[in-house]
Design a protein around this ligand. Structure first.
Ligand code: ADP
Length: 603
């Protein structure tokens, strides 16, 4: 039995792949991680590609699909975004279509007929569609050369997005009259997930490509003991024109953060599983189309959000593990331009995640596994070393000691002697019999006359009011720092504060507490406003509105930045800009050249 994709093979296949890359996508070269994946698919080999978010997975199957002698079927989990992906491809002249429940039976029939007759080369479908007899019937008449399984970790129960419908893909492939080449794509690197993908898709001697997980354009930042609301407001309002995502751990928290930002006049949306479908869909679309600048969401928001110009991802709460974190944070800077990933850590976040694990997982072995992964996430928040190195090592990669692009490597720090303050806190925790949470300890230390303080008679403690000249928040922050640095721990359901062994010598004045704390860095907004970039963005927005597509479908931020760098003055020069392929050159080239001429002449 011949393999359709292998038939395309020839000495110059890679050359043709590159020509297509240029013609359809406007890129001169494959990224180093893409080329081997494209090559093994072109060679007709089943392929597993493990690539971090933003690495450019889609092109790895789109180019082989264009070169194949038959149809490529792409299984993708999210129907909501298929349309945007397909619109983007169509805008580039790629014959692509999708089938999902938003289409009428007649429209589905038309798409299937187009695929049968070769007018559609890339057919996006949700795996649920496999059960549809019409679909099966039509596919049996197609020449399927390639099956690409996007977000393939959905196959695995070990992954963070298990979808039972994905299990229907292997029988589907087996039912085809010719065995197509199969490519599986995911950003999840754990061995359990990878083995499941290979087994549950029935891959044959697959080639596995694990590409470098580093995303050099992302700046990683962990903030411990920060006043989260204040930080968030300051950060978001300093970047009024930049798209950002704020992740929170629970629906309640999402609603609260959303309200906070909205009250301050931020153009913000929210997304979580508790909202009506229609509202969620609308919010997602508004964010995608730049009608909303910031999205506050639980982790329900994300898979398939390939909006390329997200400039920052803030985690208001710590997520459940490093995979989830890297995937969510990786939604920043997919266009290769700088992106910031900020994690606001507070000890209570660990409690929330523990609680979620306890509540949602019955199997004990899985619970232990998840708790271990949670601990690694907590370690990330406390590592005194390079954050990028921590992440890369987690994914099994070597990394240099220092990256110069994370909060550890770039911090201006100062060493502060907190011994006396710490003694006061430890002593108070001890006198309260290590039985209460942070809030009450802070109330006692600040000398609050609250009901709870009185109820337990804590106003009689010698530590009562030791910090009466400080605010509750300041004292909370101090305590959080002592927790984050391992002097205190927060335990159990009630988040009880307890002393850890390093606090004992401090209490006895045998050791000092010297903390290296960041000096408040005043970071400039990432995107220095520049007249030409703004003018190009406005033109993009105008075209996007006219064509009813998200702005980045017209051109990505990276493309506009490249225009600012190259300042093309002719169509030939415009063709040199990264992301300007043939079709887009024809369609938008003159318009953007005019903007460049006009703005450059004015300035
Ligand atoms: P992933 O699915 O891996 O998260 P995407 O396929 O969405 O990533 O690609 C991320 C971004 O990188 C997109 O804006 C895409 O156009 C861009 N990109 C992909 N391949 C290349 C390339 N060879 N050169 C330049 N940019 C690329």
């Amino acid at each position: 039995m011949t393999n359709n994709l292998a038939q395309t093979n020839g000495a110059d296949t890679l050359g043709r792949a590159k020509a297509y890359l240029r013609r359809f996508f406007g890129y001169r070269e494959f990224r180093p991680a893409q080329e081997p994946v494209v090559k093994s698919l072109l060679d007709g080999q089943d392929t597993v590609a493990i690539m971090p978010t933003g690495a450019g997975k889609s092109i790895c199957f789109q180019i082989p699909a264009l070169l194949a002698s038959g149809v490529a079927i792409v299984f993708s989990p999210l129907i909501s975004l298929m349309k945007d992906q397909v619109d983007a491809l169509s805008g580039q002249g790629v014959p692509a279509a999708f089938i999902n429940s938003t289409l009428s039976p007649k429209e589905v029939a038309n798409v299937l007929a187009d695929a049968e007759e070769g007018r559609v080369r890339l057919l996006y479908v949700a795996p649920e569609r496999i059960d549809d007899p019409w679909f099966a019937e039509a596919v049996s008449r197609m020449d399927v050369a390639l099956v690409a399984v996007d977000e393939a970790h959905c196959l695995s129960q070990w992954g963070h997005d298990f979808r039972p419908s994905y299990r229907a893909i292997a029988p589907f492939i087996a039912s085809l009259s010719r065995r197509p080449t199969v490519g599986a794509f995911t950003a999840t690197a754990t061995p359990e997930v990878r083995d499941d993908i290979i087994r549950l898709l029935g891959l044959r001697a697959p080639v596995i490509h694990v590409s470098g997980f580093d995303r050099p354009n992302l700046f990683f930042d962990v903030r411990r003991g920060e006043d989260k609301d204040k930080f968030l407001l300051r950060y978001v309002t300093a970047r009024p024109d930049e798209s950002g995502i704020v992740y929170a751990a629970t629906r309640k928290q999402t609603d609260a953060v959303y309200a906070l930002l909205k009250k301050r006049g931020v153009s913000v949306g929210r997304y979580h599983a508790g909202l009506p479908d229609e509202e969620r869909r609308q919010m997602q679309e508004d964010f995608l189309y730049d009608r909303l600048t910031v999205m506050v969401a639980t982790n329900a928001f994300g898979m398939g959000i390939d909006k390329s110009n997200v400039r920052y991802v803030i985690h208001y709460n710590m997520p459940k593990n490093v995979e989830a974190y890297y995937q969510e944070a990786g939604r920043a800077g997919r266009d290769g331009e700088p992106g910031q990933c900020v994690l606001l850590y507070a000890p209570g976040d660990v409690q929330t995640q523990r609680f979620l694990i306890e509540r949602s997982i019955e199997d004990e072995a899985r619970r232990t596994y998840e708790n271990e992964r949670l601990q690694r996430m907590v370690d990330y928040c406390h590592t005194p070393g390079c954050l990028r190195r921590f992440i890369l090592e987690y994914f099994g990669e070597d990394a240099p000691e220092s990256c110069e692009n994370c909060s550890t490597c770039t911090a201006e720090t100062e060493t502060v002697d907190l011994t006396v303050d710490a003694q006061k806190v430890f002593s108070c925790v001890y006198r309260m019999r290590q039985h209460f949470g942070m809030a009450l300890v802070a109330q006692v230390l600040t000398g609050s006359g609250s009901q709870r303080v009185k109820k337990f008679g804590f106003e009689k403690l010698s530590t009562f009011g030791l910090f009466k000249d400080r605010s509750q928040k300041e004292v909370n922050l101090l305590i959080q720092r002592l927790v984050a640095t391992g002097y205190l721990t927060v335990e159990g359901e009630h988040s009880t504060l307890r002393l850890l062994p390093p606090s004992f010598p401090v209490l006895k004045s045998e050791a000092k507490v010297l903390l290296t704390l960041p000096k408040e860095p005043e970071r400039a907004p990432i995107e220095a406003t520049d007249a030409l970039f703004d003018a190009l963005k406005q033109e993009r927005l105008r075209l996007a509105k006219e064509e009813n597509v998200p702005a980045f479908v017209v051109f990505s931020d990276a493309t506009l930045r490249d225009m600012c760098r190259l300042l093309p003055r002719s169509l030939d020069e415009m063709a040199e800009v990264k992301g300007v392929g043939e079709q887009k050159l024809r369609r938008y080239g003159e318009t953007f050249l005019a903007v460049i001429r006009e703005t450059a002449d004015k300035t």
